[in-house]
Design a protein around this ligand. Structure first.
Ligand code: FMN
Length: 318
């Protein structure tokens, strides 16, 4: 048994899910998160941050939350413009997205699509790190192993080592893996012995056992991990990893559900839009309700609040 695991957990950015409403609800009810990473903002030449993106990251909507904004771009001028605005909002760390596997993003040479352009990437990092150094901002990076092949990672580590990256978050998959299959842990092990900056592991931690297997495989304890889907599927996972005694308290889950359902209704309409959000969450939460697959199926078909509430409050959580 692992005891007294005391670790820093970062909540992974998940576009469309971990926006400010989710972060506030989760932090108030569960907490135990050292940093939340905001879903990416994608600056363009004329518009560093759109009003919609600004709404998500404005400090007003993130009081008491240790938030790190993330930027997705392959142009250093656009990155710097957006980072300046984030700095003006009070942010001291900005994260660079080098992992997004989406076809439209990669086709523009951004996210994981930036990884094969190693010369351009070096120049980009040089530009943004010079800016960050002058301004006293930290730049962290969230990366995959490569675009085509995990062996690209060896060169990438060498490139990252040339810059003062505050933290390197490694999701040990390549672009074509998307979020499927086993993470390629051996490449994270390579980073542990070769990367100069602090490292954060990300990928497929769904339970305390997964964390234990990972550290056994790597042969060392990891002080900091980033978790996304595992925290959605089991919101008490951070509590469990930190040995909180009431970790499995179902009242907390119910409160998370009710808070999100209520808060989304305040900013969205009609019913179908709120229910779309809730159903996306239920696609992760369904594993918390074994044997209730029929109710979950019914829930996923609901179109009106009354139908949804009948399934949730009379079926799943009476
Ligand atoms: C729906 C969805 C949205 C995501 N959005 C982002 C994002 O905005 N920025 C980012 O760096 N990663 C994003 N990711 C990747 C996650 O941050 C994380 O790296 C990935 O889910 C693997 O970690 P996990 O196995 O702990 O979930 C997204 C993943 C999913 C499934």
């Amino acid at each position: 048994m692992w005891q007294n695991i005391s670790m820093q957990i970062y909540f992974a950015p998940m576009e469309g899910i971990t926006g400010y409403i989710f972060r506030n609800a989760y932090d108030e009810i569960y907490g135990n998160i050292a940093k939340y990473y905001a879903p990416f903002i994608s600056p363009s030449e004329n518009c560093p941050i759109t009003p919609r993106e600004r709404k998500d990251i404005t400090p007003e909507h993130n009081a008491g939350i240790n938030l790190v904004p993330q930027i997705l771009t392959c142009r250093s001028d656009c990155f710097i413009e957006a980072a300046r605005e984030l700095q003006a909002m009070g942010y001291k760390e900005v994260n660079l997205n080098l992992g997004c596997p989406s076809g439209t993003v990669c086709a523009k040479g951004k996210g994981a699509g930036f990884l094969p352009q190693t010369n351009e990437l070096s120049k980009f990092l040089d530009d943004i790190c010079s800016y960050a150094d002058k301004e006293g901002v930290k730049i962290s990076v969230k990366t995959r192993l490569g675009y085509y092949n995990p062996d690209e990672f060896y060169d990438l580590v060498e490139i990252f080592n040339r810059f003062p990256i505050s933290e390197l978050i490694v999701h040990p998959r390549i672009r074509s893996d998307f979020y499927k299959g086993e993470p390629r842990r051996e490449f994270f092990a390579y980073a542990l012995t070769h990367a100069k900056c602090p490292l954060v592991y990300n990928g497929n931690i769904y339970s305390v056992e997964d964390y234990r297997d990972l550290t056994d495989a790597l042969g060392c304890k990891l002080d900091t991990v980033m978790i996304g889907r595992g925290l959605l599927a089991d919101p008490s996972l951070a509590d469990k990893l930190n040995n909180v005694t009431d970790a499995t308290d179902f009242a907390k889950f119910r409160k998370l559900h009710d808070t999100l359902y209520y808060e989304y209704q305040k900013v969205m309409s009609p019913d179908i839009n709120v229910l779309y959000r809730m159903k996306e969450l239920w696609s992760y939460w369904k594993n918390l309700f074994p044997g209730q697959e029929r109710d979950i199926k019914r829930l996923l078909k609901t179109k009106k609040y009354a139908e949804y509430e009948a399934v949730v409050y009379h079926g799943l959580m009476p």
